[in-house]
Design a protein around this ligand. Structure first.
Ligand code: AMP
Ligand code: GLY
Length: 408
């Protein structure tokens, strides 16, 4: 987002917090604890900030947007009440039920006994989810009842109160993105990601090991159906509750034989989905965001590149468990010297001798090209120039779309 906002003709000064060395190429790093809402508001006042963009879900769920808006500072991103669409699976499931939005059947359970009864009357595979935020790791698809009970027990201990048991949805996953000011809905494209850590989509779930855009399964008709059956009724229901949704709404979908069904909402762009979506956006992102907070979104039609984009995540050894920290990363300039390659940074910091890894997912090596195959080849050519022996990546990002393309 910093990379894209920095290109805006409307921009004065871009500040970012907490930031990293990659973001520092585009923004001035503000020494702010974003959990301290009063400090953020004071910083905005002192620097005459015209717009705050809240990127991740945790500060949104914590009500940062509410506190800044109360201080008179325009914010792109949903209120605490609207961020429940990501912050509470039970909230979203109830909203879907009330608004007749297609999603998996479900039960909310507050005790192990309730879970046991729910599992007993279902057939495998069992889908067990923590109710609250879990950084993409709160879902277990269990084949046996024992596994499902173990996951529920961990979930009840973790998030304190509730787990959600869902029907298993069969189909192909895809994501649809829109921006809304509470009334108007403007599509921001489609993407598919790879959630499992291992090649062939195996191993534990992660926040995402790679993504590409657009998603071939999201045809124009499928996008229309998604907007009319899922996104529009959600935006209408949030407005009707008196908690209009403002910001980017990310619908995680299962494309089933009966059409698209909602798996989950995220109240933001998604990582690494943002990287591929924003590479394809030709319009000024800041202009779109300003139009959103000023209620002028209905008049905006973003322009998109015809090119495809694909990003490969390089993660630190150990991820999605505790990652190895502090290892040296080189070769970024060599990778970015390649045509159509952009490297975005996530868990990085400046060390004594240069860039070091500080998190699980560390780099997003991103390619764009006339076809998805070309975007993929460019991304992996970039990966091959990165010098980071302690990092790893999947070599098969995009396999599903590329296999379908080759076959058809
Ligand atoms: P979520 O955090 O809700 O997006 O779930 C993480 C992943 O678990 C999804 O991307 C799906 O791959 C899988 N998943 C979640 N819910 C279901 C479901 N009801 N049926 C099948 N797979 C699911
Ligand atoms: N990649 C999924 C997410 O950002 O939640």
């Amino acid at each position: 987002m910093a990379w894209k906002l920095a290109q805006s003709a409307e921009l004065g000064t871009l500040y970012a917090a907490p930031g990293n060395p990659g973001i520092a190429r585009h923004a001035e790093i503000a020494p702010l604890d974003v959990g301290d809402h009063a400090a953020v508001a004071a910083f905005c006042g002192a620097h005459r900030i015209g717009l705050v963009v809240v990127g991740p879900e945790a500060p949104l769920v914590a009500g940062l947007a509410d506190d800044l808006v109360a201080a008179g500072i325009p914010v792109f991103g949903p209120s605490r009440a609207a961020a429940q669409l990501e912050g509470s699976k039970a909230f979203t499931k109830a909203l879907c039920r009330d608004a007749d939005i297609p999603t998996a059947g479900y039960a909310v359970c507050a005790t192990l006994e309730a879970v046991r009864a729910e599992i007993a009357r279902r057939a495998p595979p069992f889908v067990v989810k923590d109710d609250g935020l879990a950084a993409g790791k709160g879902v277990t698809i269990a084949v046996t009842r024992e596994e499902a009970m173990a996951a529920a027990e961990a979930g009840l201990a973790d998030t304190g109160d509730r787990v959600v048991i869902e029907d298993f949805l069969d189909g192909e996953e895809a994501s649809f993105f829109a921006v809304t000011d509470g009334t108007a809905i403007v599509p921001l494209g489609t993407a598919q990601d790879h959630k499992r850590v291992g090649e062939g989509d195996t191993g534990p779930n992660t926040g995402g090991m790679g993504a590409y855009a657009p998603a071939p399964v999201m045809t124009e008709a499928m996008v229309e159906q998604t907007v009319s059956a899922i996104v529009r009724p959600t935006v209408a229901a949030m407005a009707a509750r008196g908690t209009p949704y403002l910001g980017v709404l990310y619908a995680g979908l299962m494309i089933t034989d009966e059409g698209p069904k909602l798996i989950e909402y995220n109240v933001r762009f998604g990582d690494p989905e943002a990287q591929v979506l924003l590479l394809r956006l030709e319009s000024d992102l800041l202009e779109i965001m300003l139009a959103t907070v000023e209620g002028r979104l209905a008049a905006i039609t973003p322009a998109w590149s015809d090119e495809a984009a694909l990003t490969v995540v390089m993660a630190a050894a150990g991820y999605p468990g505790p990652p190895t920290k502090g290892t040296a990363i080189g070769g970024l300039d060599a990778a970015e010297a390649l045509d159509g390659v952009t490297v975005f940074q996530a868990g990085t910091a400046s060390g004594d001798g240069g860039l070091v890894a500080t998190g699980g997912r560390v780099l997003n090596v991103t390619g764009r090209g006339a076809t998805l195959a070309e975007a993929r080849d460019r991304a992996y050519a970039g990966i091959d120039r990165i010098d980071w022996p302690d990092g790893f990546c999947r070599r098969d990002i995009g396999w599903r779309a590329l296999t379908a393309r080759d076959a058809g």
